[in-house]
Design a protein. Structure first.
Length: 450
């Protein structure tokens, strides 16, 4: 008997989990370093994210926007935290499939007081198992699975958004640096000719108003260069943060290719996004989970049955044995509150889905229009820039042989600098719009665009 009881206790204890305390601060600070290059290479080669393809990373050469996007998906701390939430959802699916443990009851009552003489100890035992859990088990599993699917799709959507945001951040660093170089070269040109302008002012070859105009233009250009330098530093820090790197980590980035525009009418793009955007797919899964939750609440209205065996021996020594039945009658509560809550949650999720659809449609129409507008503006400025660049080369040659005055030459170069800065800003704006449209329409990466 003792051996049987010991075996039962050991069997129960063997299925129990063990607790181990885990420190927080030291491992968290160590995790800030991010994964090593070899771990990133292996993870990028085995990447399984909707819309993204596995890549062969090579840190010996400049990284493209695609490669930086994949690195962000792997190493971004916020995404790694979201993936931990996904593991919680999977654990909830596992928990939903577990059967309830049976209940064993035992009591021993010793008689005492007047008339207790000759009486034996009263004993009772019982075994009870909740059968109602078997009725709702499949619904519980389906509810947890749909909830886990919603979390999984939501994590995949955040990964997709982060990858495209990183591609844009890399382009911001590149084009902000290009703008700063243009402004810096223009400032160097002005500073190189400032003494000549002062001499012309002293000899009254140019009016003082013209000199003040050039000074104001130079001050504006200096402020523009300083603002671009600040924006460039902030963009580099932001890019390092998206990649899970320290703010001062140097990055060698390749020159970005021109992004292919997202083709198609806005209506067709929206209908494509309805079935492909993972945030919308996640909301569909959440709605299915709410349907299962409502069914679960309805099933809980019915009487809950527990069945088992019972045995007893009273104080006179008479032993008894038989079945034990427990039934919860739905007379007052009947789980009506849980049903009302489940119905309200399902209705709220439906409204949320409609609102998200409306927001996605508005976003796609707006971005498609902005992309077309920026393409037209870029084409116009590109033609103007080519003409100005050709004129500037001719003016530079004429100035060298003193066939063109200094004021006319600097005025022309100022116009060229303005157009170049505008062109660079337009390229960045178009890249931001196209990447936002790629994200909003869930178009997978294709071609050699970086």
């Amino acid at each position: 008997m003792r051996q049987t009881a010991l075996a039962l206790v050991l069997a129960i204890l063997s299925g129990c989990a063990a607790y181990h305390a885990k420190p927080l601060r030291a491992p968290a600070l160590a995790a800030l370093k991010g994964p090593p290059h070899r771990a990133l290479v292996a993870a990028a080669r085995a990447l399984k994210v909707p819309g993204l393809r596995p890549l062969a990373l090579d840190f010996r050469r400049p990284l493209t926007g695609k490669e930086l996007g994949v690195i962000a998906v792997i190493a971004n701390p916020a995404l790694r935290a979201l993936r931990a939430r996904e593991r919680i959802a999977r654990a909830q699916v596992f928990a939903a499939g577990l059967l309830p443990d049976p209940v064993i009851q035992f009591s021993a009552l010793k008689p005492y007081g007047v008339g207790a003489g000759g009486r034996t100890m009263a004993l009772s035992d019982g075994f009870l198992w909740d059968l109602s859990r078997l009725v709702t088990r499949s619904t519980d599993i389906r509810m947890a699975q749909e909830r886990a699917s919603a979390v999984r799709y939501q994590v995949a959507w955040r990964e997709w958004v982060a990858a495209n945001e990183t591609r844009l951040a890399a382009r911001q660093v590149y084009w902000l640096k290009a703008e700063w170089v243009i402004a810096h070269k223009a400032l160097a040109l002005w500073k190189g000719h400032e003494s000549l302008l002062r001499g012309d002012l002293r000899r009254h070859l140019i009016a003082r108003s013209r000199w003040l105009f050039f000074q104001a233009a130079q001050d504006a250009l200096r402020m523009k260069a300083a603002a671009l330098h600040r924006a460039l530093r902030a963009a580099r820090v932001a890019l390092a943060g998206q990649l899970g790197l320290a703010p001062a980590t140097p990055l060698a980035m390749a020159r970005p290719h021109r992004l292919r525009p997202v083709a198609g009418a806005p209506r067709a793009l929206f209908h494509h996004a309805v079935s492909r955007r993972l945030d919308l797919v996640a909301m569909v899964a959440a709605y299915h989970s709410a349907n299962a939750a409502l069914l679960r609440a309805v099933l809980d209205q019915y009487p809950r049955l527990s069945l088992g065996a019972a045995g007893a021996r009273n104080s006179s020594g008479v032993a008894e044995a038989g079945l034990q039945l427990s039934l919860v009658l739905p007379l007052f509560n009947a789980n009506r509150g849980a049903v009302a809550i489940a119905r309200s949650k399902r209705a709220a999720l439906f409204k949320d889905y409609v609102a998200r659809l409306a927001a996605a449609r508005s976003q796609i129409y707006r971005l498609a229009g902005a992309q077309a507008s920026l393409d037209r503006e870029l084409a116009r400025f590109k033609g103007r820039g080519l003409v100005l660049a050709h004129t500037a080369r001719a003016a530079q040659a004429a100035y060298r042989v003193h066939a063109l005055g200094l004021v006319s030459y600097l005025t022309l170069m100022q116009e060229l600098t303005t157009v170049e800065l505008k062109m660079t800003a337009l390229r960045l704006a178009r890249a931001a719009t196209t990447l936002a449209l790629i994200t909003a329409t869930a178009r997978p990466w294709s071609g050699k665009t970086a």
